[in-house]
Design a protein around this ligand. Structure first.
Ligand code: ADP
Ligand code: MG
Length: 232
């Protein structure tokens, strides 16, 4: 779906990504892991196209019957919600995508149900709990029917119960065929949600393998240290 070739991203003097080659394939559940500052967020943004590469190429494959690329959505650690009702946040996402007015109510209802937010439809989004806000952010992505969902540490600021609910929702989306690329610090989450892992070390993808191979090893020294919890 998306391919990076020798992708380099610099912020001034800082090289955040260094000649990364990475391919996102349909149906992937790809987890990006690595220490703080290793380049996970930058890689997600580069894959999505939110930031330009300093060097290298990003290619997007045609998707399905259309010649356009896949429809993409991105979620951040702290959800960006508008200070409107829950329902209005979803409606706005549909309006922005050009979904005809008559189709919107049913799709909003479905998304609310899926995220188990039907009882909160009229509440202000920013008055919800952290977990509910992240579920709303997921519902807002899902309501637009993305082919590809990018998640940047989606449960990092949530308590364990809320984490579980958000993980369940991500699993459901993946089971429906949405391709998922997520960064996480949580190795349990990698086991629960991902099928493939890319380990980043100082802006480079040092390991790219399926989940069992990552946990069984052998791995390069830095990746093995990360797995033992010795690199944060
Ligand atoms: P991660 O998500 O793995 O913590 P990031 O992609 O956020 O890593 O950051 C990679 C490197 O790029 C770090 O050294 C970080 O300090 C630097 N960086 C990230 N964003 C910016 C920015 N907007 N300006 C300057 N440096 C940045
Ligand atoms: Mg990050």
């Amino acid at each position: 779906m998306i391919q990076l070739r020798r992708a380099t991203v610099r912020y001034g003097a800082v090289t955040a990504l260094r000649e990364v080659n990475l391919q996102v394939r349909p149906g992937d559940r790809l987890a990006l892991v690595g220490a703080n500052g290793s380049g996970k967020s930058t890689l997600l943004r580069a894959l999505h196209g939110l930031i330009d590469l300093t060097e290298g190429h990003r290619e997007v494959q045609g998707w399905g019957a259309s010649t356009q690329g896949p429809a993409m959505a991105m979620l951040f650690q702290k959800p960006f919600l508008l200070n409107l009702s829950v329902q209005a946040n979803l409606n706005l996402a549909l309006w922005l995508r050009g979904v005809p007015r008559h189709e919107r109510p049913a799709r909003v209802r479905d998304a609310l149900q899926k995220a188990r937010l039907s009882d909160c439809a009229g509440r202000f989004a920013r008055a919800l709990s952290g977990g509910q806000q992240q579920r709303l952010a997921l519902a807002r992505a899902w309501v637009t029917r993305p082919d590809l969902l990018f998640l940047d540490e989606p449960t990092a600021s949530l308590d364990p119960g809320a984490k579980k609910d958000v993980e369940r929702l991500i699993s459901e989306f993946a089971a429906e065929g949405v391709t998922v690329v997520m960064s996480t610090h949580n190795l349990g989450q990698v086991k629960r949600l991902a099928t493939r892992v890319a380990y980043l070390e100082a802006g480079q993808v040092q390991v790219d393998c399926d989940v069992p191979a990552f946990f069984e090893g052998p791995l390069p020294a830095e990746a093995a240290q990360f797995l033992r919890g010795e690199r944060i």
